[in-house]
Design a protein around this ligand. Structure first.
Ligand SMILES: CC(C)[C@H](C(=O)O)[C@@H](O)C(=O)O
Ligand code: SF4
Length: 462
């Protein structure tokens, strides 16, 4: 019988142990950031050990950094974590995309950008959204702080092989509908724990049609669907994306020949298959406090069906039978490892059409990395945002998570391109509405949520 993509990559990396139990896997790439590494480095130091493979480790500083006045870090813990990573990278010989450097960005942006994330690799990071790297046909997953230490010391990790779920996406996205909407639709329809215990392989014509950026969004939000891994088999788009990147293989042709073997064999079986047509998919906006509490644009918010709904409505200060256009948004956050790649910023900018951010709205664009920021500036995209009244920021996790100075004020409704919307996620009392970059930008210029499929307003002659 044939093998799945996941089986093939897994098999290549098993060093010990039997299937069914935990197995020891070799790790090809260890991405690290300042939040989940101080403990691991400290243990190594106290035991007088070195990193097993510093050249397979890449560091960045992302969660704690402000995205304005970036060197003024008021919070003592943030400062300590940043300084610790800087010192640790120096002491242990790890390449660091340092604070303020040209390579800096959110950890899940860096791997692909550097060409370090590659098909067939095992990639780990002390961060749940590591699944993002699976978009390249890698087995990529988040690990805990003690596992970070294990990888530091041994370049291996114990893992039990998950079950594999195939999610086949058929059809074509309408204009104004994006990979983000696919994930919000899946999570809304099947629930936040649907894929628990599985690795997801996304496939089908709709997946092939997506750019690498779109595929990364799918894999990123596999986490909010309950899975720990999301994968897409590599294809020509993957190879084209990686070619010429700083850490891409030197013998690129040979690498591609191997990468072309990384797909699920036609006679392989998934443990579960979900087939979804995206032909009629509408853009989504969440109204509540889990990513499943979302709706296709135009539908009314549901009746209260349990205590969780009740609590979500109270926290969000919304009511059943309202719709997305009724949400009194006053913040827009375009950022995060889900949706702040160049394509996201380009797509969002298309919805500005010479208009201005509504007067009651504060709108932020936080590029996921400095390379993205520079590229958007060179293309004139940044200027379009600035001219429209958006704040154009430096890269980082920013208001995706309230670990830095960037926060959504209490009680404020924020249209956010992130992946998590639980209570307080963007700051104490913040109210998050997950959506695509296009939806967020359109909301900024309209002053309220608006259907991204219908925005046919003429470009004003300036
Ligand atoms: C801080 C970090 C460990 C955390 C994660 O693991 O995901 C963060 O990135 C998040 O998105 O909540
Ligand atoms: S951008 Fe948000 S989801 Fe992504 S790593 Fe940072 S805090 Fe986590």
């Amino acid at each position: 019988m044939g093998q799945t993509l996941f089986d093939k990559v897994w098999q290549e990396h098993v060093l010990a142990g039997e299937e069914g139990n935990a197995q020891l896997l070799y790790i090809d790439l260890h991405m690290i950031h300042e939040v989940t590494t101080p403990q691991g480095f400290e243990s190594l130091r106290s035991e007088g050990r070195q990193l097993r493979a510093p050249e397979k480790t890449i560091a960045t500083i992302d969660h704690n950094v402000p995205t304005k006045n970036i060197f003024t870090i008021k919070d003592a813990i943030s400062r300590k974590q940043i300084e610790a990573l800087q010192r640790n990278c120096r002491d242990f010989g790890v390449e660091l995309m340092d604070h303020g450097s040209e390579g800096q960005g959110i950890v899940h942006m860096i791997g692909p950008e550097q060409g370090a994330t590659q098909p067939g690799k095992t990639v780990v990071c002390g961060d749940s959204h590591t699944a993002t790297h699976g978009a390249f046909g890698a087995i990529a997953f988040g690990i805990g702080s003690s596992e970070v230490e294990h990888v530091f010391a041994t370049q291996t990790i114990w893992q039990r092989k998950p079950k594999i779920m195939g999610i086949k996406l058929t059809g074509k996205l309408q204009a104004g509908v994006y990979a983000k909407d696919i994930m919000l639709h899946l999570i809304h329809t099947y629930g936040t724990d649907f894929a628990t215990g599985y690795a997801i392989e996304y496939y089908g014509e709709a997946v092939s049609d997506l750019s690498m950026e779109g595929r990364m969004t799918l894999c990123n939000m596999a986490i909010e669907f309950g899975a720990k891994y999301g994968l897409v088999a590599p294809d020509q788009k993957t190879f084209d994306y990686l070619e010429g990147k700083p850490r891409a293989p030197k013998d690129f042709k040979r690498a591609v020949a191997y990468w072309k073997t990384l797909y699920t064999d036609p006679d392989a079986d998934f443990d579960y298959v979900l087939e979804v047509s995206i032909d009629d998919l509408a853009p989504y906006v969440t109204w509540g406090t889990t990513p499943a509490m979302g709706l296709p644009f135009g539908e009314k918010f549901p009746q209260v069906s349990d205590h969780n709904d009740q609590r979500a409505y109270e926290y969000m200060d919304l009511r059943p039978q309202m719709d997305a256009t009724d949400i009194p948004i006053s913040y827009i956050f375009l950022g995060s490892c889900t949706n702040s790649r160049l394509e996201d910023l380009i797509e969002g900018a298309k919805y500005i059409k010479g208009r201005k951010v509504a007067p009651h709205i504060s709108a932020w664009v936080v590029p996921g990395s400095r390379p993205v920021k520079r590229a958007a500036e060179a293309m004139g995209i940044a200027q379009q945002y600035i001219d429209a009244g958006f704040e154009w920021r430096e890269p980082g996790c920013s208001a995706c998570i309230s670990m830095n100075a960037d926060r959504v004020p209490p009680g404020t409704h924020c249209a956010s391109t992130t992946n998590r919307n639980f209570e307080g996620r963007q700051g104490k009392g913040s109210r998050t509405h997950l959506c695509s970059p296009a939806m967020a930008v359109l909301a900024a210029v309209k002053g309220h949520f608006y259907d991204t499929r219908l925005d046919d307003e003429e470009v004003p002659v300036l």
